[in-house]
Structure formats: C-alpha cells, structure tokens
Design a protein around this ligand. Structure first.
Ligand code: PMP
Ligand code: GLN
Length: 389
C-alpha cells in the first residue's frame, strides 16, 4: 500500500455531510446547490444520451466544448485562446487540478500556496514529491501578505496556486494583488495554477484572471468548472486553458487519469457556456442575495460574519458563542459537531482548510457556511440556530 495515501483522512466534506444525514440537519457544509441547474442544459444532455452520444469523446474534449471554452475566455476575460491547442476538457476541476500538478511537478519542486486552502491541493502535490511553501492569509480581510509571499518564492519554485474567488474565505483578489503575484511569477520564471471555479460568482468587483496580467498569458493554467458555473456539481465537467506547451503535458496526465469525459455532458456544457451574458449576471446576483440573507441572519443569531466577495461560502467567527457559557472554550471542530447535533445545521470547521502538518496551528474560531441554498432553507437554518443558542 501507499502509506501516505492510506494515512490520508477522509475529506471533511464527506464527514460533515454524513453527520448531517445522521442528524437530519440542514447541510450548509459541503458546497452544492439545492436546486437543479438550467433545465435547458439538462435537456441537451438527455437528448445527447438518446442521440447515441455514448462512446468515448476525443481525449482533449468535444470540439464544440473546446470552442465554447475559448469563446467564453474571450467574452469574459478578453483572452484569445485556440480551441484546438489550448483547451483540455477534464472530469471536473478536481481532475484538472490533479492533471495540472502532474504536468508540472517533479520531486523536489516547490509550490507556493495560500492558506486557508482547498483540501485536494496539498495531498496531490506531496504525492508527487513536491514541497509546499505555504503563505497564510489572516482573517478578517485575508489581505495578501506581500513580504511573506515574496519570501516563499525561490530558485526551486515551480508554480504558485491561486484560487480566486477563494474557497473558503470568499476573497476575490484585487488587480493590484494579481499584479504583485504576476511580478513574482515573472521574476522567478515559474507557472501559476489558477483555480477559477468560482469565476462567475464574484459579487462586487468582477473576477479578473491572473492570465490577463502582464507576461502571464503563457505561464498560467486556468481551471474552470461547469459544476459551479451552472449549479450542476454532480456532472463533474471542468476545463484547463493554457499555452500549447502546457496543455500538451496536461493531456498526457488526462490520458492516464480519465482519458475522456462523458460526451453528452460535454455537449450540454458547451450549450451552457454559449448562454448570453444575462445568465451569468443573474447567477451571481441570485447567489449574492443568498449570501446577504444568510450573513444577516447569522449576525442576528450572534455570529461575527466575515466579509465575502465571491464563491459559495461565508466564514463566521464563533467567539461570541465560545468565550463563556455552555460552549465555553470550544474549538471549531467541536462547535461544528455540536451545531449539527443540537441545532441541526451543518457547517465546515475552517481548520480543515489548513495544512495538517503545518508548524503554526490553524485558527480555531472560524466555521464556513455554504449559502448556495434556497432562501427558505437559509432562513430555516438561521431560525434553528436562534432557537438553539
Ligand atoms: N476547486 C475549488 C476551490 C473548489 O471549491 C472545488 C469544489 N468543488 C473544486 C476545485 C472542484 O471542482 P469540481 O467539482 O469541478 O471537481
Ligand atoms: N468544493 C466543495 C466545497 O468546498 C466540496 C467538493 C467536495 O466535496 N469534494 O464544499
């Protein structure tokens, strides 16, 4: 057995979703919408199934989806992309990330990442013999620590991972921050893996890709997810956009991991990406409304809610509950469990988004709520917490 992999704990999303089921709790932990995605897309997928679209798709993706990804890159980010040589369709952003790491990392290579971080990055990097260099962003505003980031780069740096809009903080990186990151990537002649799965879920300033910044066009591997852009998380369709020299190697990784992604879903995602801009504006507007409903409800219930500019998630400080009284001294993990068991509302303890082998202990006062749920569900969750506290 591979001892590192065997020792890896089950993901917090599965643990908390299972606990939610056991206690019949409202699941604001794992980030998935509780409504169906666009029905016209579902119909295109169903029609494609019945239209004998059931054999292997081309390795790098259906031409119509690669064209749609390229068109969307130009429409939303002003980036011109060749659909033939610069797009690889993957089975979700999860596979895209793994393929990007496989494409870049050799043993001993350093990878710069920002904590708190999404939970698949570190295990895959370490499996490949990569060495993570972690830079911590601090609550409540998660500002980029310029000096620490600069110090994390070295002659051994192969890449930086940038997740914007960011899970779990809800931070959307500013163009000034992107330019600073770009300057380091240029100076150290490295790559950037850009996890942009929440690209259409920015609520204030629009999301800007690092790929648009000076000198970044051919250094970035930009990753998107149809799951997030169309509220179809179960479909697991993602895409990587990068220069031909990079996609050539990402394709080799994809060839060994999955080889090809279901063609009927690819056809439907192509249809979705070609929707007019009103769809994408409405998606963000609708999600922002949900964010406001949950954030204001949580404030009323006694949490200190952190600012959020994008993604499905908002962070809340539990200190008002844990400084005295029955939850006195509880950490985020114990508090999340208690909230599921007693209030029947499930969240994710934010310490799960920090390196388990890290030197500095993670903050223990933050929990993450997903707001990608129907309004009545969000209001019921708040009502349950108010009745419990
Ligand atoms: N990156 C981030 C930051 C995410 O939150 C997620 C969540 N699902 C993924 C990647 C994986 O996306 P997918 O479901 O398309 O694999
Ligand atoms: N991205 C989702 C989240 O952060 C979870 C996806 C998963 O369960 N792997 O909640």
């Amino acid at each position: 057995l591979n001892r590192n992999l065997a020792a890896q704990p089950t993901t917090i999303f599965t643990i908390m979703s299972e606990l939610a089921r056991q206690h019949d709790a409202i699941n604001l932990g794992q980030g998935f919408p509780d409504t169906e995605g666009p029905q016209d897309m579902v119909r295109v997928a169903a029609d494609a199934l019945l239209d004998n679209r059931n054999q292997y798709a081309p390795l790098t993706g259906l031409p119509e989806l690669r064209q749609a990804v390229a068109d969307a890159s130009l429409r939303f980010q002003g980036i011109t992309v060749s659909p033939d040589s610069e797009v690889v369709v993957t089975s979700g952003a999860t596979e895209a990330l793994a393929a990007a790491f496989l494409a870049l990392i050799e043993p001993g290579d350093e990878v710069v990442l920002m904590e708190p971080l999404y939970d698949t990055y570190l295990p895959v990097i370490r499996q490949l013999g990569g060495i993570p260099r972690l830079v911590r962003l601090e609550a409540p505003d998660w500002a980029l620590p310029l000096k620490a980031l600069e110090d994390a780069f070295s002659s051994r740096t192969k890449a930086i991972v940038l997740n914007s809009p960011m899970n779990p903080t809800g931070k959307v990186f500013s163009t000034e921050e992107l330019d600073f990151i770009a300057s380091l990537v240029r100076r150290h002649d490295t790559y950037a893996i850009c996890d942009e799965v929440y690209e259409h879920l920015a609520f204030g300033a629009p999301h800007v890709s690092l790929m648009t910044r000076d000198g970044m066009r051919d250094r970035c591997l930009r990753i998107g997810s149809a799951g997030k852009s169309f509220s179809l998380t179960g479909w697991k369709v993602g895409y990587v956009t990068a220069a031909p020299a990079l996609t050539a190697v990402v394709s080799k990784a994809h060839q060994n991991l999955v080889f090809a992604t279901p063609p009927n879903l690819q056809r439907a995602v192509a249809f979705g990406l070609n929707k007019d801009s009103a769809y994408f504006t409405e998606l963000a507007r609708d999600m922002d409304k949900k964010r406001l409903i949950l954030s204001s409800g949580l404030e009323r219930a006694g949490f200190r809610v952190l600012p959020c500019q994008g993604s499905y998630f908002v962070m809340a400080d539990i200190t008002p509950f844990t400084q005295d009284g029955p939850q006195s001294g509880m950490d985020d993990v114990a508090f999340s469990r208690l909230l599921t068991q007693q209030a029947r509302v499930t969240t994710i303890p934010a310490s799960a988004f920090y390196d388990p082998n890290g030197q500095t202990p993670p903050p223990r006062n933050l929990i993450r709520f997903a707001f990608c749920k129907r309004e009545e569900v969000l209001l019921e969750a708040v009502a349950r917490i108010e009745a419990w506290k």
